[in-house]
Design a protein around this ligand. Structure first.
Ligand code: GDP
Ligand code: MG
Length: 682
């Protein structure tokens, strides 16, 4: 290929399911490019990608990690993303900022479905991506079988860029020992920890190589008439032409080139690097993909991740999409208080950062993830930023030391700034601080952070369900509050009728006092006393849907007061309510469960097993082969729904929910809930 001037800094996100070897691949990419002298390993927990204490503690990636390196004179930033479905928001943010994605998967067929949501995101947003089939050293399936399985979940054709060379090892197992590059038609033998060596093409692979090359060219010809004509005439396109087609089709997300190798053994990694170098589009193409509109001369940076570091404070990770950033400049209304390039937790200060760079901007206090910063303040992206994932799982948090409550609130604000799929709610009814997120692991990582980063050990509990209670019967109740203590006494006397209201109508207070049986000015106090009572009814829960009519009463010119009538109102309720056949109300949510349709029948079982009411299902719009099941489910059954749903569906099933109505709950379950409530109160 012709010599070219160095390209602008580029950025690739490393994404894919959990444990496929992404962090190991990053380590191998850094090693191959000389950014690290000695490779860390995921098993030993000393990789660049997993340098956070929480990652080390859990032996898994817990957040996006950026590492910058140089390959053949060109700058690259790799974004190692966590693979857990519970942390997919991180990957989405990284993909927005990257020029391309390296999708890492294992040489497996059974788990292909796990890639469906990721491919969908990439294709919906036309993000260039290549596939790296990792762990080829221990593969149980052939690359072709893996591709066939993965093709069922990718809307774009997966196109092999290389074919494996195999031989039999000493134990009689067939292993992959190298590859043939389908464009250059050169064969390479793997060498552990080193670049592969050029070898003579083994004769027995020649026909397979020819066939695979033909398939590659045919895939490319689907998007290029000139190439199609050439193929029909049996002409052979030049290598340069093929490389150009590959770059063009990758940039437009028309095809997904497929590579394989072993990140752990550094096999196939330099091949991947070369493909990145030659085929991945630059930051201008990414700005165009995102629909950047900026004024001439504007410096523009997209913030795609926020970190709060113990010593450096807030860092906003940003991709420069236009112009040049300078330390100290005003950008999007904030002053840039430092620019640094990252390699995991290692930072290198820069005075400026040009187009394509991925840098951490320090002390941009008012800047949040997703913000597009520009000097003019007017730059815009047409592409919408991914919405924060809706909450699916929650835990109530309590600090072990009560004095730490203020610190906890501040730390949680930082955590949810770092991770928009995490949110915090103060529940006034239950007095709980509830942390919402994407699953059990997600929230445990948050708890780890509180402990390790903020020195705030917390206890986590299943949050209380917001039960309510109401009544099914009515009663007339008289109550008199009278106290004679020395000079000034207290006197209030009320007659009320307590009756149920239709579901959802709430509380009503009706004043039917005529002829001044209770003077006007005391009536609001009666209502206040009644409302006070409603906070906790006879079953121990907030009371709803009750009408109280004040029908009659008496007063005393000297001894009556606001306080006396308030107490009388309250007394009338606590004496009258237990006679009105109280009943527990449980919140019922409207739930929409989304799953690949092979699991729809099982979702039925899941709903009935959780006291749910199946309402119907339909094809999920825009998701080929997926269904959406509608159901009504009690809130108490929603707590770990996502856990069971994921275990049924290889992790891809999800749901959306919203409160629908309150429903009477009687019988053993109700007795148990009330019993527990009474026990807590005593
Ligand atoms: N056999 C084999 N194991 C690998 C390879 N790459 C990674 N692993 C192992 O797979 C596990 C998960 O690796 P990691 O990089 O943390 O995966 P991630 O969750 O995708 O970041 C670790 O135990 C690695 O040692 C590989 O190429 N071959
Ligand atoms: Mg990882």
């Amino acid at each position: 290929m012709a010599e070219r001037s160095p390209a602008a800094p580029r950025c690739a996100a490393i994404v894919g399911p959990y444990l496929t070897g992404k962090t190991t691949l990053l380590e191998s990419l850094l090693f191959a490019t000389g950014a690290v002298g000695r490779k860390g390993s995921a098993r030993e927990g000393n990789t660049v990608g997993d340098s956070a204490a929480e990652a080390r503690a859990r032996k898994m990636s817990v957040e996006m990690s950026a590492a910058s390196t140089e390959f053949l004179g060109e700058r690259w930033t790799f974004l190692d993303c966590p693979g857990s479905v519970e942390l997919s928001q991180e990957a989405q943010s990284a993909l927005m900022a990257a020029d391309a994605a390296i999708v890492v998967c294992e040489a497996e067929t059974a788990k292909a479905l796990m890639l469906a949501p990721l491919f969908k995101f990439l294709d919906d947003r036309k993000i260039p991506h290549m596939l790296f089939v990792n762990k080829i050293d221990t593969a149980n399936y052939r690359v072709r079988e893996v591709l066939a399985a993965l093709q069922t979940v990718s809307s774009r054709p997966l196109v092999l860029r290389e074919v494996p060379l195999r031989s039999t090892d000493s134990t009689g197992e067939e292993i992959v020992t190298g590859y043939v590059d389908l464009v250059s038609e050169r064969a390479y033998g793997y060498k552990p920890g080193q670049a592969s060596e050029l070898i003579k093409m083994p004769e027995e692979v020649a026909s397979r190589e020819q066939e695979a090359r033909r398939e590659l060219l045919e895939s490319l010809a689907d998007y290029d008439d000139k190439l199609l004509e050439q193929l029909l005439e049996d002409a052979v396109p030049s290598k340069d032409e093929i490389y150009q087609e590959l770059s063009k089709d990758l940039a437009a997300d028309l095809i997904v080139p497929v590579f394989f190798g072993s990140a752990e053994r550094d096999n196939g990694v330099r091949r991947l690097l070369k493909a990145l170098r030659h085929e991945v589009p630059g930051p201008e193409a990414t700005a165009a993909r995102l629909g950047l509109v900026a004024e001439a001369g504007d410096a523009v940076a997209q913030v795609f991740k926020t970190y709060h570091m113990p010593h450096t404070g807030k860092l906003s990770l940003a991709r420069v999409l236009a112009g040049k950033l300078t330390d100290g400049m005003a950008l999007g209304g904030s002053r840039v208080g430092g620019i640094a390039r990252l390699k995991g937790h290692e930072m290198t200060k820069l005075a400026t950062a040009g187009v394509g760079e991925v840098v951490a901007l320090a002390r941009m206090d008012d800047v949040a993830t997703g913000r597009l910063l520009s000097t003019s303040g007017k730059a815009k992206l047409a592409e919408p930023w991914p919405a924060p994932a809706a909450p699916l799982f929650s835990l109530a948090l309590a600090v072990e030391n009560r004095n730490d409550e203020v610190k906890l609130t501040a730390a949680l604000a930082k955590l949810s700034e770092e991770d928009p799929s995490l949110s915090v709610v103060h529940e006034p009814e239950t007095h709980e601080l509830v942390l919402w997120g994407q699953g059990e692991i997600h929230l445990q990582i948050a708890a780890d952070r509180l402990r390790l980063k903020y020195n705030l050990p917390v206890k986590t509990n299943r949050p209380q369900v917001k039960y309510k209670e109401t009544i099914r019967g009515s009663t007339n109740q008289h109550a008199r509050f009278k106290r004679q203590s020395g000079g000034h006494g207290q006197f209030g006397d009320v007659h009320v009728t307590i009756a149920p209201q239709p579901r959802g109508d709430g509380f009503a207070f009706i004043d039917e006092i005529v002829g001044g049986a209770i003077p006007r000015q005391f009536i609001p106090s009666v209502e206040e006393g009644i409302r006070d009572y409603l906070v906790r009814g006879p079953l121990g829960f907030p009371v709803v849907d009750v009408a109280v009519t004040l029908t009659d009463g008496q007063y005393h010119t000297v001894d009556s007061s606001d306080q006396a009538f308030k107490t009388a109102g309250r007394m009338a309720m606590s004496e009258g309510m237990p006679k009105c056949d109280p009943v527990l109300l449980e919140p019922i949510h409207q739930v929409t469960i989304a799953v690949p349709n092979e699991f729809t029948a099982r979702v039925h079982g899941l709903i009935s097993g959780r006291r749910g009411q199946f309402q119907g299902f339909s094809a999920k719009e825009g998701w080929a082969g997926w269904d959406e099941v509608q159901a009504l489910l009690p809130q108490s059954e929603l707590h770990d729904l996502i856990v069971e749903l994921r275990s049924l569906t290889l992790g891809v099933g999800t749901f959306a929910w919203k409160f629908d109505h309150l429903q009477e709950l009687t019988g053993r379950l109700a007795d148990k809930i009330v019993g527990q409530r009474v026990a807590v109160a005593q």
